[in-house]
Design a protein. Structure first.
Length: 135
């Protein structure tokens, strides 16, 4: 999910695509992995900062987390680090997020995910990501 939500429905914006992905995987391989990144968590980070609110109700978010549990998802929080974020913002001439905001966003992600045992934090792409997947 790489854009602003088009509706106020957690189910339409986030659960629907996850269910569709899970169905495709199970058609291919019963034991296939469904790896979830922080896309739906991004709504809780970006929403308040840029729109002043988060879509949906708390019960909808709990229901989405229950769905992820039921699907036995692997949840990864890939944290590329400050220097990588700076390079990415500069390379794409990002005007939406500046470095101060990127730092604030990073703090919020850490606050939401670091102490959540359902999420595995990976501090760098590449080998660290492969090691996290192997857990």
């Amino acid at each position: 999910h790489f854009s602003q939500p088009k509706t106020d429905s957690v189910w339409i914006e986030y659960a629907g695509p996850i269910i569709a992905a899970a169905a495709r995987i199970s058609l291919i391989d019963e034991d296939g992995w469904l790896i979830i990144d922080r896309a739906h968590i991004s709504e809780m980070v970006y929403g308040p900062m840029f729109r002043g609110r988060v879509i949906g109700k708390r019960w909808e978010w709990r229901k989405l987390e229950k769905l992820l549990d039921d699907l036995n998802t692997t949840r990864l929080f890939v944290n590329p680090g400050r220097k990588t974020i700076q390079k990415r913002l500069k390379a794409r001439c990002d005007e939406f997020v500046n470095m101060t905001q990127a730092y604030q966003l990073s703090l919020k992600y850490n606050q939401l995910l670091l102490n959540n045992p359902k999420w595995t934090r990976v501090d760098a792409p590449g080998q660290a990501l492969l090691e996290a997947l192997a857990r």
